[in-house]
Structures are given as structure tokens and as C-alpha cells.
Write a protein that binds this ligand. Sequence first.
Ligand SMILES: C[S@@+](CC[C@H](N)C(=O)[O-])C[C@H]1O[C@@H](n2cnc3c(N)ncnc32)[C@H](O)[C@@H]1O
Length: 257
Amino acid sequence: MARSGGCGYHSQAMQTRPQNTTRQQASVHDRQIRDMFAGIAGVYDRMNGLLSLGFDAGWRRNLTTRIDEGAEDLLDACCGTGELILTARAAGKGRRWVASDFCEPMLRAGVASNDLGRQARVLAADTQRLPFADASFDAVMVGFGLRNLGDLDRGLEEIVRVLRPGGQLLVLEFFRVERGLLELPIRFYLARVVPLLGRLFGQSPDAYRYLPQSMGRFVTTGHFRQALTRAGFAEGARIEAQTLGISHLVVARKPSN
Ligand SMILES: C[S@@+](CC[C@H](N)C(=O)[O-])C[C@H]1O[C@@H](n2cnc3c(N)ncnc32)[C@H](O)[C@@H]1O
């Protein structure tokens, strides 16, 4: 596994990223996030399926259908155990596949359980400082990773930089729930059911309290659209609700010139 960053192993109390953080606060945040994922790497895939009631596989498949047919170089950033890049490969998308994440235990879990090392070039790297030349990829995918970044704007700018002109960003994410009929049931599921399942079946209850907290502090889909434009993506990104708006699929494009 190539290395461009380290990963600690001890768990710390979790904090969600406050708005307007200083650079130092952002790096403390990043370390806590890395340690948290290191603590649950061994059970991550199993818990993912359980907590999403099995919908996560369908969300990933849906994303891969949107990857341009001619796309050759694909990056799965914040790849975790690599489920997304593997789904893309299985769907016949891409010719060269790179999977990066800043938490080595997550990558190792993917190598051990998903044979990720044979399916993609696997790299330990921070999505806010991607170790790739400008215009290296036709498509960058991020599955449930952007919400964790210490600096969302910087992460999006890095993704624009490594995309070729006209290239795609495809995102799966849990955005902050907006007011509406489903607000209360979704909040109840996230705030009560997810931490309970995490306590019963996961290794770290803190990690499963983090999910609803981080969603509550993340941007809404409307604010995310603005962040995409600020970072340099073309206007008119598609943002589609999946499974009653629990998760969203975003497809944005770098301008062609
Ligand atoms: C919720 S998991 C998602 C994993 C995978 N993409 C999926 O769809 O199941 C979030 C992942 O983002 C990674 N991550 C968070 N912040 C990151 C950063 N700044 N750079 C690289 N990876 C990061 C974590 O280590 C973790 O593996």
C-alpha cells in the first residue's frame, strides 16, 4: 500500500467539525476522524449494511450507472474499504482504478476482506491534499466521505484540480435534513436507532453517535450546491434524493475549458 499520510489507532472522544474552524482545529478534527474510523475498520462493512438496512449497496450501484461510459481513470477518494470502486469495476466502469483514504486500517480492512489491493491502486492520502497531478482523473467518487472533511471547500478544490476538464464528481452523502414530512422520522432513526445498533453490534458507540451529529452539522443540499460552484464546478449539478431523502446522489462536472 502506498503511503502519503499516517493513521493512529487509539480512540478519542468524538467531536463534529465546528463551522469556521482555524487550520489547527481542522487538523485536530482530522486526527479524531482518522482515529474513529481506525477503531471501527474491522466491522465497518457489516455495520454499514445493517445501519442502512441494506440500502447502501443499491445507492452505490445507482452512482456507478452515472459514470460516463468513456471514463478511463477513476478515483475513489475517502474510499474506506473500497466498496464504491469495486462496485464501479464490477459494473464495467473505468480502465484504471485508484482508491485513497487517510485511514490505513480502513484500507487494510478493504485489502483483507475485499481483495482491494488487486482491484485498484491503493493509497493512503488525505482528500484535502491529494497526491496526484492536475487533471489526472475522468471521474472522482466520494461515498459518505465529504461530511467528515475538516475543510470541505479545500477538499472540493482538490477534487476539481485532479479532474480532467469535463470530468465528473459523483458523491453519495447524508446531508443535513431539511424541514419536511420526513424530518422527524429520519432524525429519530439517526439519533436513537443508529447509536443503539452501534452499541449492540459495533465496537465503538461513539462512532455511531458521530453519524447523526455530523449530519446535523453538515451542509444542506442547497449549501452544498453553492460549495460546488465556489470550488469551480460547473453550474447545474444534479442532486437526487435516494430512499426518501435519507441519502443523496450528487453528480457535478468540471467545466470543459
Ligand atoms: C463513512 S466512511 C465511507 C467509506 C466508503 N467511501 C463507503 O462508501 O463506505 C468515510 C471514510 O472517509 C475517510 N476520510 C475522512 N476524512 C478524510 C480525509 N480528509 N481524507 C481521506 N479520507 C478521509 C475515513 O477514513 C473513512 O474511511
